[in-house]
Each structure stands twice: as C-alpha cells, then as structure tokens.
Design a binder for this molecule. Structure first.
Ligand SMILES: Nc1ncnc2c1ncn2[C@@H]1O[C@H](COP(=O)(O)OP(=O)(O)O)[C@@H](O)[C@H]1O
Ligand SMILES: [Mg+2]
Length: 297
C-alpha cells in the first residue's frame, strides 16, 4: 500500500500541507505529516541510511513542503543530503532534491531558465559594490533581492543612487551577494501566478499589488483574481517547470505594458490558499494524483 509523507519544518502542518494530507486521505491513501527533527542518517552496517523516528524511512514518497527558513548553510547541506539519499534508496522525492536546490537559488534558476529559452529579466549578481551600483544606474529602476527568499520578503525597489548606495553597502557588510534585477513595469500593477502539476497548468490567477506596493505576493497583501489561461502563458509556465525538473510548481510571470511575458521565479513549494480561494481549484488533489502516477511509473 502506498504511503505518502508530507515534510516540513513547522511543528504543526501549515494550511497547504494539511490540504495535501486530507486530499490523500480522501482518496484512500495513507499520508502523514513529518518534520525534519525526527529524521536521521546512519552509516555503518545498517539496513537503510535514512531513518524516521529511529526506523527505516517508512514511506514510498515524500512531498517536501519546507526545507527550513533562515537555516544555516550546514543545515541546508544536511537536509539536501537527506533528500538525495532518500532518492538513492528508491523513495520518490517531490520535488526532486536537485530541482529543489536549483529553485531555491534565484540566480541558478534564472540561468537555467534562460538556457531553456525562457524570457527572464536582466539580472546581475556580484559581490562587488562598484559593479552593483553601476548596474543599478544602468537599469534605471532596479529590484535588489535576496538570492534565496520568498513571500516578497527582503526585496527592495531602488530608483535613486543614494538609496542603492546604502542598501548595497549594508548587504555587503552582511556578506550577502548583491542580486540586482531590472525593474519591470507591470501591466495594471499585477502579475500572474500559474500553478503547474505534471505537464498541466491546472490554475492561474492575477495578483494585484495593494496600493503603493509593487510586490504582488499574497503575503504582501496582494488581491487574487482568477485568470483564464491562454495558450501562450500555459506554454511558458509548463516549459519553465520542466526546465527546472519540477513535478509541480508555482510560476511567477510578469506581463509588461507591451505584452511581453517574463518569468521572475519558479516556486518549488508554492503555497496555494489564495489561489484556491480565488479559483476554486484544489491543487492538493492534483499533486497527490501526480505522486501516485509517478509511483506507478
Ligand atoms: N524585476 C521585477 N520587476 C518588477 N517587479 C518585480 C520584479 N521582481 C519581482 N517583482 C515583484 O516582486 C514579487 C516578489 O518577487 P519574486 O522574485 O517572486 O520573489 P519572492 O520569492 O519573494 O516571491 C513578484 O511577485 C513581483 O510582483
Ligand atoms: Mg514569488
């Protein structure tokens, strides 16, 4: 019998994780919520390497919903090693460990997306303050983002050199790489979030930024409205998801005023409460079906 685990770092399952578990149970599939704290890896005459609560990992598939926020580089290395080792042991990891690493890193993912022929904003990443400031001047309006981050947290829009000077210097003091991106003027101050599962775009919404805001994350107060998918957007989202090797994703697309579409990010563990409320589509069911399909392959 198939057993699915939903893995996160929070002690209690967040909304989307809970939806996954309920969706599985509604389909008669055994599913449990598990946390990083009870995982361990053992080397030496052992029947298996990855253990959960002291026993060989007892699930056929694990849906990774959270790697950890604000964790240190060693923790991150450890957690990715755990996921890779689960894959080596024949357990289905969703999304795959390598793709999770790529998607977490905004620079790595934009490089990959560009290679796949997907339009992404002009972006420069450097540790050199002078080069960073020159780039801000070159782009005119720019966004300075953390290399890894989500929910719109920690990104700044800079339009003048003095603000850029302070931000760039402060980030450099913190040993942060300086991720500078051209600011794209969004049509109607909204962006597009497409939810892809397998090879299908199952739902899409417009996210309208709240007043005076330029970020369109729901977590930043954006308003969600259902969107009718067009072939063009569907194709971009599916291609971006495939490009990063993800089984499901949330693709952030900016439509500019002259109708160009740019992918700014592909989320490997997207939240979907806002999307579900706006569209009435439940991604959890689609994800569980996809996991079952992948297990049967
Ligand atoms: N280059 C850009 N130009 C204009 N707006 C942007 C740009 N990059 C990001 N944004 C806005 O900021 C939001 C958050 O950026 P994103 O790259 O998706 O990071 P996060 O992981 O924080 O969601 C986007 O949804 C979009 O509304
Ligand atoms: Mg985003």
């Amino acid at each position: 019998m198939v057993k699915i685990a939903v893995l996160h770092h929070a002690p209690r399952p967040p909304w989307s994780s809970l939806r996954l578990i309920n969706a599985a149970l509604e389909m008669g599939i055994d599913a449990s919520y598990i946390v990083w704290d009870y995982l361990s890896v053992r080397i030496g005459k052992e029947p298996c390497h990855v253990l959960y609560r002291g026993k060989c990992f007892p699930y056929n598939a694990v849906i990774v919903r959270g790697i950890g926020r604000g964790i240190n580089p060693n923790q991150l290395l450890y957690r990715f090693t755990v996921l890779s080792e689960l894959e080596n042991d024949g357990i289905l990891v969703v999304n795959p460990a390598r793709s999770l690493i790529t998607a977490r890193n905004k620079l790595r993912s934009l490089l990959a997306l560009e290679k796949c022929g997907i339009k992404v904003p002009r972006t420069t990443v450097t540790e050199n303050i002078t080069h960073a400031l020159r780039t801000v001047r070159e782009y005119g309006k720019a966004v300075i983002k953390p290399l890894t981050g989500s929910l719109g947290l920690g990104s700044f829009k800079v339009e003048d050199e003095d603000t850029a000077y302070y931000i760039v210097n402060l980030l450099s003091e913190l040993n942060e790489p300086l991720y500078i991106q051209e600011y794209l003027e969004k049509k109607d101050n909204r962006d597009i979030r497409v939810f892809v599962v397998g090879e299908k775009a199952i739902a899409a919404m417009y996210r309208y930024a709240s007043d005076q805001q330029w970020k369109t994350n729901i977590a930043q107060g954006a308003r969600a409205e259902p969107m009718k998918l067009t072939y063009e957007i569907e194709e971009i989202a599916i291609r971006a998801t495939k490009c990063l090797g993800l089984y499901y994703s949330g693709v952030d697309i900016i439509e500019t005023k002259n109708k160009d579409y740019y992918v700014v990010e592909v989320n490997a563990s997207p939240l979907w409460r806002g999307l579900q409320q706006a569209t009435n589509i439940d991604p959890a069911k689609h994800i569980i079906k996809e996991v079952v399909r992948l297990l049967r392959q």
